[in-house]
Design a binder for this molecule. Structure first.
Ligand code: ADP
Ligand code: MG
Length: 701
């Protein structure tokens, strides 16, 4: 069989990474389907189906090394057997000797063993180790006879453990990969010069692919893994670097003029002094706006740190330069909130701010659109729909995107299609941990507001189990009596009946009849119409609603200074960063604010999340913890981000390698900015394959 396949190969040329698994030795239609379920359809995908960990084939211990307690494996020659027939639990006993000591084995109801275990036999036993009369003992161990001649060959084997499915256990996956490994590895080409590999201590690429599946020891396995991770990180850094170059080199953005008088006029608009942190972020932004290449800046700062004010400064700078600015929020409710904030601050100025949402009245819509294309509107506030549709701007100079890391790439493409290349400012309250800043966001310049405006007090946070929920409601009543307002957040809108999670509608009914009876309650959730949401928010802002019972629609941006309590029920169902975002809805005024988490987390990670919340008010710390607890893919929803996910790299753990890859990528691009040198052709092809057309790499080569 093997020979026939080999013969076919030589006729049709070598097996390629794109060869479907169905034409591999040992893979029939059923296995192919099971592999397909694991996302493996080609030889290349099989090769990149990496082991999750490794195991020694045998993890035996010498008998005198056995520890009482855990399950262990030992072997020895049977030196005595006995069968004790006493009722009610007859037992079979065997004594093993391995030269270091004696191990007693007992099998209850083991009469059947009399036929198979006898003195002189070499057996392996696996079980919990106890002790009886100072002799180690295993009770009902698993056992097997040892064929010593066969063992000698495999004993040292170090076995890969693959992420398995019920239908494809790890051993089967190994059996499929093993005979195809050499043919697959033959297709792996080196990307980097030997000098680089030497400098970074990296093994050749094809060796790494072979060794990761078939290492002789853990050290080799880790070396192989390191090489493959390096390649992933390096490719990412190169892709981002090239994309940045293309943007920097080819696009021109309007050059804005800034002077002291303008600075004073803008600052004068705010009813407070800007903080030092805000001022330095503004300085960085202004430096970008005065250059002819489009700004691509991420403004990060904890909730309530004053990002919106910084963004407004930038927008007013654009307006003063006779350019339009657009402020894009993730939802209509938030767009409205921004619109109100800007209108309040700019009320008596000549700056024209308009809100563009689906609520914009049909009769006024036409004229509003015209005002935008005429340039009469200076600042347009809306959701991303504002840019996605065929809306015309007269002279768009700056786009500010709030809380939507996902938005950037696609939106920029749309604008580019319209012949526009405005400056870009993305605001985020989800602090980007350093590792992510170096990878996913290598494309952005980063400004950080690292201090809150003065006078803020930390939000007092407590976590209580659900059986004490009554105390939370009492506390809410007390605050409302004192003239404050509260939020209550729940994980879902309706009871699904599928789980125990509480819902907005059920809790609204229950609380209005029970613990919060007599208070003015309102619901806010994503299935309400925009009109209803708008009416509810307006009432809450006006103080005619005491408690807003909501889903996470209130997660970002809602700003009601009089709300001082945030109660999050079923808190164990939320992610850590999400909890922090939700908590940030309170503590916006001068009053002391509170966050009460109600939840009964199962398991250490869930408990850890709630504990972290009670210990820290610092978004950065929380984001780092979140990243550790969750892993980066989920943290950012990278899929939606349009960036590829790593197969192997866990960038929370590879800080040093990531930094090396970044340095090496920059050096390489410094030498060959567009990777056009023949020596880099393979690398360029790999980049294309990795990024597809999500980044402007089509222009490479
Ligand atoms: P973010 O967008 O970062 O969540 P905002 O810009 O909405 O923060 O600011 C949060 C609150 O703090 C707002 O009510 C805003 O008016 C206020 N604020 C912003 N900057 C300052 C400052 N320098 N001094 C005092 N209050 C400020
Ligand atoms: Mg904000």
């Amino acid at each position: 069989m093997g020979q026939r396949v080999a013969g076919m190969e030589s006729k049709s040329g070598a097996v390629m990474l794109s060869t479907p698994v169905t034409s591999l030795a040992g893979v029939g239609p059923t296995r192919a389907q099971h592999l397909g379920d694991l996302g493996v359809n080609t030889l290349g995908e099989l090769l990149e189906y990496f082991p999750r960990t490794y195991q020694h084939e045998t993890e035996e211990r010498a008998i005198n090394q056995l520890d009482p307690g855990p399950i262990q494996t030992a072997r020895g020659k049977v030196i005595a057997v006995d069968y004790i027939a006493t009722r009610p639990r007859p037992r079979f006993e065997a004594t093993l000797d391995d030269g270091t000591g004696i191990l007693a084995c007992v099998w209850f109801n083991g009469s059947y063993l009399r036929k198979s275990i006898h003195p002189g036999l070499m057996i392996r036993v696996k079980g919990k180790v106890g002790s009886f009369k100072n002799i180690p003992q295993m009770t009902n161990p698993k056992w097997g006879a040892i064929d010593e001649a066969a063992e000698a060959i495999t004993e040292a084997q170090f076995r890969p453990i693959y992420p398995a499915s019920a239908k494809l256990p790890s051993e089967v996956i190994q059996k499929i990969i093993e005979p195809n490994l050499e043919a697959a590895v033959a297709n792996i080409e080196e990307w980097f010069p030997q000098s680089l590999l030497d400098r970074r201590g990296l093994m050749p690429r094809h060796d790494a692919y072979r060794t990761i599946h078939r290492p002789s020891n853990l050290h080799q396995a880790l070396k192989a893994r390191r090489r493959i991770v390096y390649d992933e990180l390096m490719l990412m850094q190169l892709g981002l670097g090239i994309s940045k170059q293309l943007r920097d080199g080819r696009l021109t953005a309007p050059v804005l003029r800034v002077d002291k008088l303008l600075d004073q006029r803008i600052r004068g608009r705010f009813p407070f002094e800007l903080t030092e942190a805000q001022t330095s972020a503004i300085w960085e932004i202004l430096t970008d706006l005065q250059a002819a290449r489009p700004m691509n800046r991420l403004l990060q700062g904890d909730v309530g740190s004053g990002k919106t004010v910084v963004a407004l400064y930038a927008m007013l700078t654009a307006v003063a330069n006779k350019l339009q600015a657009a402020l894009l929020a993730p939802t209509e409710v938030l767009a409205e909130q921004h619109y109100l904030t800007l209108s309040r601050l700019l009320g008596d100025s000549g700056v024209c701010v308009e809100l563009y949402t689906s609520r914009t009245k049909r009769e006024s819509k036409g004229s509003l659109m015209r005002a935008l294309s005429d340039g009469k509107v200076h600042i347009a506030v809306g959701t991303q729909a504002l840019i996605a549709q065929d809306v015309e701007f007269a002279n768009l100079g700056l786009v500010v995107v709030d809380e939507q890391h996902k938005l950037g790439v696609r939106q920029r493409a749309v604008l580019k299609g319209k012949g526009l290349s405005p400056h870009y400012l993305v605001m985020t309250a989800t602090p980007i941990p350093r590792t992510l800043a170096l990878s996913y966001f290598a494309d952005f310049d980063l400004s950080t507001i690292d201090h809150l405006p003065p006078g803020r007090q930390p939000i007092k946070t407590r976590w209580i189990p659900s059986k004490q929920a009554a105390t939370a409601y009492e506390f809410v009543r007390g605050q409302i009596k004192a003239g404050r307002q509260a939020y209550l957040v729940l994980p879902q809108i309706d009871d699904t009946g599928l789980d125990d999670a509480k819902s907005v509608k059920t809790e609204f009914d229950k609380l209005s009849k029970g613990p919060l009876n007599g208070l003015r309650l309102a619901m806010l959730h994503g299935r309400m119409t925009t009109e209803e949401k708008h009416a509810t928010m307006t009432a809450f802002r006006a103080g005619t609603v005491d408690v807003l019972i909501a889903t996470t629609v209130i997660e970002v941006g809602i700003d009601v200074a009089n709300a001082t309590v945030m109660v999050i029920d079923n808190a164990e169902q939320f992610g850590l960063s999400q909890l922090h975002q939700l908590r940030g809805r309170v503590g916006r005024g001068s009053e002391l604010s509170y966050c009460i988490l109600i939840g009964d987390p199962q398991g250490d990670i869930a408990r850890e999340r709630l504990t972290v919340m009670t210990q820290s008010n610092n978004g950065f710390e929380i984001a780092e913890r979140d990243l550790q607890l969750r892993g980066p893919g989920e943290f950012f929803g990278t899929r939606q981000h349009g960036l590829p996910e790593f197969k192997l790299a866990d960038i929370t753990q590879e800080m040093e390698l990531l930094q090396q890859a970044k340095d090496d990528a920059l050096a390489l691009l410094g030498e060959d900015p567009h990777l056009r040198q023949p020596a880099h052709a393979k690398l360029r092809a790999a980049l294309r394959a990795m990024f597809g057309d999500t980044l402007p790499l089509a222009q490479v080569g």
